[in-house]
Design a binder for this molecule. Structure first.
Ligand code: NOJ
Length: 509
């Protein structure tokens, strides 16, 4: 969608000279306009909103859909989910798709980011049997978007692995990468003529760490081992899909393929050298784990990850490192395998060095070498992990700019949770603060960001937090039979931003 205007591949980034000229021009324009009354506008930029299949669709066993790991987990482990809720019905977007598109039209957004449910398209996980009703559903959504000139931004995998593949070990099994490629081929064949912006994966850091190293689905809790295996398969799968698109579809379909990575900004707790180093290691273990193999010049895992995990594994008497190794061919295949970076950002942490001795049990939290906290006086949201720290967004984007030669970025998620209710001034404040930080990152610092996505269009199933944390621009009344959507104040704010591409100078409701 973004890169299509002027095909951008990893090798086609803006040059350093162009960057400098760009920043200089932005500064001159700003001084000319006078900082105070300057209107903050975004040029050649698109605004959108996002959802994900399991979180909104419902219809978990309807019209031929297969079971996903979240269906299984919410049914078998209700104790792990707030209030024992499930995504069985969620916001029922499967049946209310016309209404959701009406909301998008009301917002005036230029794109809609949604995900496709793998088990809805391939109920058994394998591509030998395609579910026609699944294909029909997403075609209907694409038709509706097309009628209203709203571009689709499509995530192939947003955490809902077919349960059949979990039976084989899920993402810890290297063979799942081949099945993902077959699934992706079905998507390109069926939807590729109309979808020009693809994301292979959403937040592998969250689903590998939370799902294989923690207690989100499938809930294995094998931190420091299974999470690394998961990431290894995911990185290979991503690279393989990108190369397959190059070989089989790119010429005809002229789209772009990226990946969405999440990055909370790790700020050193103090200015001490040790804490600064700890924060940098934290960055490499969180974003760098996935971004270094794809976006760096050298490829492969960040050297500091390799060094630390090899060393700690040895001291824990493992015969080999817990961090798997890519072959030289795999390093080359994965390196450069993205037309753009999808970037999810919500919050900031303070990081200090962890001085504990090496524990007997492997754990990602120890490997990362730092301890994270947040400041009590940072404004809160309705999620314990999410504090409002707009300056962290600007720092995070700049770190990416410097580390990976200023790749084209689409912010694929940013948002905040509130309690139920439609008078969500806190959400407006959050969005305004983060958009100002984004504006500075682009127009003062020269970060190449092409679009912004608010998470989320509507309230939805927030994983193990159930329906207790609401991120929507529209409130969903889960108790009503037709899951009534009601506009929040923030919807009007986003509509204004999306339509004018500028931040309202004074916002009165
Ligand atoms: C990121 C995830 O992609 C999404 O599924 C989740 O709901 C939001 N963050 C909010 O936590």
């Amino acid at each position: 969608m973004y890169a299509v205007d002027q095909r951008v591949s990893v090798s086609g980034y803006r040059s350093k000279m162009q960057d400098r000229l760009f920043v200089l021009l932005a500064l001159v324009l700003q001084i000319g306009a006078g900082a105070e009354e300057r209107e903050l506008c975004f040029q050649n930029f698109k605004f959108g909103v996002a959802t994900a299949a399991y979180q909104v669709e419902g219809a978990w066993n309807v019209s031929g859909k297969g079971e996903s790991i979240w269906d299984r987990y919410t049914h078998e482990r209700p104790d792990r989910i707030f209030d024992h809720q499930t995504g069985d019905v969620a916001a029922d977007s499967y049946h209310l798709v016309e209404e959701d598109v009406r909301l998008l039209v009301d917002l005036g957004v230029q794109f809609y980011r949604f995900s496709i449910s793998w088990p809805r398209i391939l109920p058994s996980g394998f591509s030998n049997k395609i579910n026609p009703d699944g294909v029909r559903y997403y075609n209907k959504l694409l038709d509706l978007l097309n009628q209203h000139n709203i571009l689709p931004v499509v995530t192939m995998y947003h955490w809902d692995l077919p349960q059949t593949l979990q039976q084989l070990g899920g993402w810890t099994n290297p063979l799942i990468a081949d099945h993902f490629v077959s699934y992706a081929r079905v998507l390109f064949e069926n939807f590729g003529p109309r979808v020009k912006t693809w994301l292979t994966f959403n937040e592998p850091l969250s689903f590998c760490q939370g799902g294989y190293g923690g207690i989100e689905a499938p809930g294995f809790g094998a931190s420091g081992t299974d999470d690394y295996l998961c990431a290894h398969t995911v990185l290979r799968a991503h690279g393989m899909v990108f190369r397959m698109y190059d070989r089989e579809f790119r010429k005809k379909q002229q789209g772009n393929v990226g990946i969405t990575l999440d990055f909370s900004w790790p700020e050193p707790l103090t200015t001490s050298k040790n804490n600064q180093i700890a924060a940098e290691i934290f960055r490499q273990f969180s974003l760098g784990w996935f971004a270094h193999p794809i976006f760096s010049e050298t490829g492969d895992y960040p050297p500091i990850m390799r060094k630390r995990i090899d060393y700690i594994s040895k001291h824990q008497h493992f015969p080999r490192s817990r961090l798997p190794k890519f072959t030289p061919q795999e390093v080359e295949m994965i390196k450069g395998s993205a037309d753009f970076l999808g970037f999810n950002h919500y919050t900031t942490y303070l990081v200090e060095k962890n001085y504990q001795p090496i524990p007997a049990q492997p754990s990602f939290d120890y490997d990362i070498g730092g301890i994270k906290t947040q400041k009590d006086d940072w404004p809160k949201s309705n999620s314990t992990w999410l504090k409002v720290v707009p300056w962290g967004f600007r720092k995070a984007l700049n770190w990416v700019r410097k580390a990976y030669n200023n790749p084209p970025i689409i912010v694929t998620e940013n948002g905040v949770s509130t309690r139920p209710g439609t008078q969500d001034l806190r959400r407006i404040n959050y969005i305004e603060g983060y958009l100002k930080a984004l504006h500075s990152a682009i127009y003062v610092d020269g970060c190449d960001v092409r679009g912004y996505t608010y998470w989320s269009l509507i309230d939805n199933f927030e994983w193990t937090r159930g329906f207790s944390e609401r991120f929507g621009l529209y409130e969903v009344d889960y108790a009503s039979p037709n899951k009534t959507r009601t506009k929040r104040l923030s919807a009007a704010y986003i509509a204004k931003v999306a339509k004018t591409r500028c931040l309202p100078q004074s916002w009165t409701t």
